[in-house]
Design a protein around this ligand. Structure first.
Ligand code: MTE
Length: 317
């Protein structure tokens, strides 16, 4: 199957209301829906369509208004392209994301350099709507398109000794101006405990709003872990390694007292410099600030609290 990225012009972007209607149709005609969503020619979609999954549990659908496409794609953190929230949209257009490959390595039985086509093609694509909570106390609701991280992990066949995964972003300073000007420990790196990574909510996104990811959102593939602060959701992944020891993530390395490895959304544990008790739901403005209380595990406690049973979440923040 060939898998090509189509970067939409703004005139091509479907208004949210129409997309919501279309999405209902997508659920009932998932085969064609996936072809439409990823711009795959109909003939090639037949093979893909056979693998589209059945409807998903309610948790993955979320009955809250979606954050408009313009905000999801125009207000971001992607420090490889600058510090301001508008920088990724302004600067990421120069990033070349095709061809793309991901190196899978460390403690697993199927290491290798996998072309994106080969990583993606065996999987059924799903559309899921998740809450997304940034550590800086803004939040969004985003309809993603992708597949569970667990699918990829199972295919890599981790060794019995593997307890963590680490994920690494592309390092390409010539196309990523922030890597030339910002003093972060490049390349951006994140990690998860293997059981967190295998949890059915952990997701590899290839698209949002039924469109392939734009560069500013982490094209061509990025992680989404909806019960953790947004910085865990690493973008433009080029490597996944299976490890015995806990990896050191970029933010934990930069400021260990501020950014822990776990980074579970927790309204009871403040960031040393600000409260985590509430959040601004985007879009917002001076007269409509849209503050709302932050939920434990970002509202996914029923699904994930068990992963942390017996742990002191103040210590392991
Ligand atoms: N991944 C990389 N490679 N570089 C980054 O700077 N920022 C993180 C995360 N992933 C970041 C990254 C942070 S702080 C947030 S809040 C989210 O990306 C933002 O993702 P979004 O584009 O979905 O809003």
């Amino acid at each position: 199957m060939s898998y090509r990225y189509h970067h939409p012009k703004s005139s091509e972007i479907t208004p949210e209301s129409i997309y919501q209607q279309r999405r209902q149709w997508l659920q009932s005609a998932a085969v064609l829906g996936a072809a439409w969503a990823l711009k795959i020619p109909a003939a090639q979609a037949a093979g893909l369509g056979a693998r589209i999954r059945a409807p998903h549990p309610q948790t993955y659908r979320l009955n809250e208004p979606w954050t408009p496409y313009e905000d999801v794609t125009g207000y971001n953190n992607y420090y490889e392209f600058g510090l301001d929230k508008g920088d990724p949209k302004a600067q990421a257009g120069q990033l070349v994301t095709d061809p793309w490959s991901v190196r899978i390595g460390g403690l697993c039985h199927r290491p290798g350099q996998y072309a994106l086509e080969d990583l993606v093609s065996p999987y059924a694509l799903e559309d899921r709507v998740y809450r997304f909570r940034c550590v800086e106390a803004w939040s969004m609701v985003i309809p993603w398109l992708g597949f569970p991280l667990a699918d990829l992990i199972k295919r890599a066949q981790p060794a019995a000794s593997a307890r963590y995964i680490s994920l690494t972003t592309l390092q390409r300073p010539e196309q990523m101006p922030g890597q030339r000007s910002i003093d972060l420990h490049w390349p951006y790196r994140e990690g998860l405990r293997l059981d967190e990574a295998m949890h059915p909510l952990s997701f590899i996104a290839l698209g949002l709003y039924g469109r392939p990811l734009l560069a500013q959102n982490g094209a061509p593939l990025r992680l989404v872990v909806p019960w953790k602060y947004g910085f865990k959701s690493i973008k433009s992944i080029v490597a996944i390694d299976f490890l015995e020891q806990m990896p050191i993530s970029t933010w934990a390395r930069m400021a260990p007292s501020e950014y822990g490895f776990y980074a579970n959304v927790n309204p009871h544990v403040d960031h040393p410099r600000w409260s985590q008790a509430r959040e601004r739901r985007l879009p917002n403005g001076l007269f409509s600030p849209h503050w709302q209380p932050t939920l434990m595990f970002n509202g996914y406690a029923q699904e994930v609290a068990e992963l942390y049973r017996g742990m002191d979440l103040r210590r392991y923040f």
